[in-house]
Design a protein around this ligand. Structure first.
Ligand code: OOG
Ligand code: NI
Length: 448
């Protein structure tokens, strides 16, 4: 089966599993479906009457997991490679007070996104950063002794790698085994006092080390209008975040906007040293919603970071939404201006066969765009935002205070444990834009 088809099957199965595991997520997902359908109807879009189309539009676009040791990450990389997902970008969350480093496994070809968008944000715990020596030793022992992949799944992965893909006859078994990796286990591997000691160090540490595997901690469906969805969440009594994270609402959406409902406590069985079972709870899993906009160039990203920082400063003495609006007034919001300042990546095409159009520089392209001689379609941002990611971790783990860790993480260390190199999203977007421009050039040469 093709990696794209397999990823689609996997994502659908994961969605079903997580809906059954976390009822609050199922309610949020239903609200997204209802909201998207209403949006389509109001915009005269015929897909509003097509249940399958609405479901596909409202399907989850990403999930997130956390693992405990390098070997686990390396196996995940092999599994996701078979689903057509490559590790893209390095996210060091240590400066944000989280003892993890991360990447996102995702499709990289534009055609692959048409099959299925699913990405998995994957964080690796860095137990060596745990200051308390007792907790650190305990965590290392717990992680060293666990296997998150069944022997059968490892065999199936090895077979598929040798055969160049998963055999159609093995797909059900393969997906069943893969799904089990991410399943919630209501059973902790430690007793209550140990859980409390780990959580006392950092909730994240308990979330990883106290359990037998990397349960999904959230899935994220896509909203056609995230502000409308946020308002609906509040109106329906969801425990929604106070604000939509990321850039403000704009004419030309950029990057990624996200909101979420906070995690609810789930029952957990802890086994005491004497073998008796104690009931307790763990709070980590939730539902999130996203809406994506254009990928930014390095210059665009630098401007975005400056605007966001300004907003943060301004928000000290006024409402955040207002501060955000005002801070982003410096970020151009019409396509020709964005193209002219080389802030967004686009796919370009000629409006009509015309060999006199100049498109070598950003200024040329902006001019041709304004004159209606060139068309530009912003390339969608397919990655994540570390600031929002840190906010997501914090809001669902309920940690108000930032920890401070001495060491920064290194991309090289991460690649070594991953067992492969990371792709860089900037290169992927730049290449997509360059491909579109190269396609114009021969057309003009032919015409000449
Ligand atoms: C991952 C948070 C990152 C996002 O949407 O930014 C993420 C986590 O909480 O483990 O999914
Ligand atoms: Ni997320």
């Amino acid at each position: 089966m093709s990696p794209d088809q397999l990823r689609n099957r996997f994502a659908i199965a994961l969605q079903d599993m997580y809906r059954a595991e976390v009822p609050a997520y199922a309610r949020l997902h239903d609200l997204v479906i209802e909201n998207n359908e209403a949006w389509l109807r109001e915009h005269g879009d015929a897909r509003a009457d097509d249940r399958a189309a609405v479901a596909a539009i409202s399907a989850q676009r990403h999930g997130a997991i956390r693992v405990g040791r390098g070997e686990e990450l390396a196996w995940l990389a092999r599994l996701f490679a078979l689903l057509g997902m490559e590790p893209v970008d390095f996210y060091d969350l240590v400066p944000a007070g989280l003892p993890v480093m991360s990447t996102a496994f995702r499709p990289t070809r534009p055609e692959a996104f048409e099959h299925n968008h699913f990405r998995m944000f994957c964080s690796l715990l860095r137990p060596e950063l745990i200051a308390n020596a007792d907790v650190r030793t305990r965590v290392e022992a717990l992680l060293g002794a666990r296997e998150i992949f069944s022997p059968r799944l490892k065999t199936l992965i090895g077979d598929a790698e040798r055969a160049g893909g998963v055999d159609v006859e093995r797909v059900d078994e393969f997906l069943g085994e893969a799904l089990d990796v991410f399943r919630w286990r209501g059973q902790a591997r430690v007793d209550q006092p140990t859980y409390a000691a780990l959580a006392g160090e950092h909730k994240l540490i308990a979330d990883v080390a106290a359990f037998g595997g990397p349960h999904i901690n959230h899935l994220t469906p896509s909203a056609l209008d995230i502000d409308r969805l946020q308002a609906a969440m509040i109106e329906r009594g969801f425990n929604a975040k106070a604000v939509v994270e990321g850039p403000p609402r704009r004419e030309v959406p950029i990057l990624l906007r996200q909101t979420a409902c906070t995690a609810e406590a789930e029952a957990v069985r802890f086994e005491a040293v004497d073998g008796s079972v104690e009931q307790g709870s763990h709070t980590a899993r939730f539902g999130e919603v996203e809406q994506r906009g254009a990928a930014l160039t390095a210059a665009g990203r630098a401007l975005y970071d400056r605007c966001l920082e300004t907003a943060r400063q301004m928000a000290k003495d006024r409402p955040y939404a207002e501060a955000l609006e005002e801070a982003f007034a410096d970020f151009p919001d019409d396509l020709p201006a964005l193209v002219e300042a080389d802030l967004v990546y686009c796919r370009f095409a000629l409006s009509a066969e015309d060999q006199t159009v100049k498109f070598d520089t950003a200024q040329d392209r902006a001019q041709a765009l304004r004159a209606g001689r060139l068309r530009a379609e912003p390339i969608r941002y397919e990655d994540f935002l570390p600031v929002s990611a840190a906010g997501i971790f914090r809001s669902n783990l309920g940690d108000a205070e930032d920890e401070s860790y001495a060491a920064a993480s290194s991309r090289e260390d991460f690649e070594r444990v991953l067992g492969r190199s990371l792709r860089q999203s900037q290169n992927i977007y730049a290449e997509q834009q360059a491909v579109s421009l190269r396609a114009i050039a021969p057309a003009m040469a032919d015409a000449g």
